[in-house]
Design a binder for this molecule. Structure first.
Ligand code: ZN
Length: 389
């Protein structure tokens, strides 16, 4: 294993500014060229926004399903964060590599790209697929697009490992996440004529009070051990409304986030909130002014990863990564999207999630070494067709 080469590849990856709001196609093209050079068959799937692309590559036979290694190419912004060094220039200090995306999750991608020639030379009996997606950190639109392509492909991967940072432990379940924009349209009047208006702010406040009460009910109803917060959560993260102290507010808008336990769908939680609006709030609003409304706009909805479909995969992979117990995580991943198209998925990758999205994000060199050893062990299994996919 040439760890210096892995670090160099990570340096190149970090230098691409692939913050989700920016294009990622330059990184994808660069990775595509590297993979083609070692003999992989590469598809660059362009996104529905300019400058966005997914990559899907196959090494080994193309007439049978294989194992997919998947990583998202985008990173979260650095705006407002105090970094000790340039976040897009990888910096080594005390066995750690600092840079935006070093843990989440360009470290994994660097290992996979560096291991690709090894897989290509192995003469694999079971093919290896490599997927790189875009917009994981915002709406997971990239993986949805790639998953739709894979679902219709004549031969598709039988299973997937997503290399989000888990300190190289296998994770078999994660929460889902959905985001909504809630818009309240009230009826604006001079505040001295309070009873003739409908305050959008006060209506929003009533919805939020209902959301808080719903949270307490969700906590009492279901518990799924193994998650840091072992319940489904609902949360209002941002609110904006009104124009002046003496005007009954016409508009108020807030964001609603729902993080679901496996087996719970965000739309069912949302339905409770909508039901309250439809039966309690809206009739009272309409009695004053017919044009008032409450609308819910879905911004994203990514399902949870349910471990019932992936335990055989976890059992096969755990001995290769050196940790013999599986975990559950509260952060969202693209795994649930793949599970929805019938592809079992687990999460396992280098680095720690607690440093992800933070200033001075880092990955330990030892984690990259552990990941390379894991990929070497995986190559030996795929070479001999020994993974029970
Ligand atoms: Zn990530």
């Amino acid at each position: 294993m040439d760890i210096a080469a892995v670090i160099d590849t990570l340096r190149r990856l970090v230098a691409f500014d692939t913050v989700s709001a920016h294009p990622n196609a330059a990184l994808i093209d660069w990775a595509a060229e590297r993979l083609r050079d070692c003999g992989a068959r590469v598809l660059v799937q362009h996104g529905d926004e300019p400058g966005k692309a997914n990559l899907f590559a196959t090494i080994g036979p193309d007439d049978r399903p294989g194992l997919m290694l998947s990583g998202h190419s985008d990173v979260v912004p650095v705006t407002g964060q105090a970094w000790s060094s340039d976040p897009f220039a990888l910096a080594e200090r005390g066995g750690r590599l600092y840079g935006r995306g070093s843990a989440d999750m360009k470290g994994f991608i660097a290992c996979v790209l560096e291991a690709a020639p090894r897989f290509a030379q192995a003469g694999l009996a079971t093919p290896l697929h490599i997927a790189l997606s875009y917009n994981e950190e915002t709406d997971m639109r990239g993986m949805r697009r790639l998953a739709a392509h894979l679902a219709g492909a004549p031969v598709r991967p039988a299973a997937c490992i997503i290399g989000e940072p888990t300190s190289m432990r296998v994770v078999t379940a994660n929460k889902g996440i959905a985001g909504y924009r809630v818009k309240v349209r009230g009826h604006s009047v001079h505040s001295s004529l309070r009873d003739q208006g409908v305050s959008a702010i006060e209506t929003a406040a009533e919805i939020i009070v209902f959301v808080n009460a719903l949270q307490k009910r969700l906590q009492a109803a279901a518990r799924h051990d193994g998650f840091e917060f072992p319940h489904t959560s609902v949360h209002v993260g941002r609110i904006e409304g009104g124009t002046a102290h003496n005007i009954i507010a016409r508009d108020c808008e807030f964001t609603l986030e729902i993080r679901t336990l496996p087996g719970t769908h965000a739309r069912d939680v949302l339905q409770e909130i909508r039901g309250y609006c439809d039966t309690v709030l809206l009739p009272a609003m309409h009695a004053i002014e017919a044009g008032t409304s409450i609308t819910f706009e879905e911004v994203f909805d990514s399902p949870a990863l349910d471990e019932r479909g992936n335990l055989h995969l976890a059992q096969a992979i755990m001995p290769l990564c050196g940790h013999l117990s599986a975990g559950r995580v509260s952060f969202a991943t693209e795994a649930g999207i793949l599970q929805e198209i019938g592809m079992p998925a687990i999460v396992c990758g280098p680095g720690e999630i607690r440093v992800a999205h933070q200033p001075d994000e880092y990955v330990e060199i030892a984690q990259l070494q552990a990941c390379m050893l894991f990929l070497e062990a995986l190559a030996r299994r795929l070479e001999r067709g020994e993974l029970p996919l």
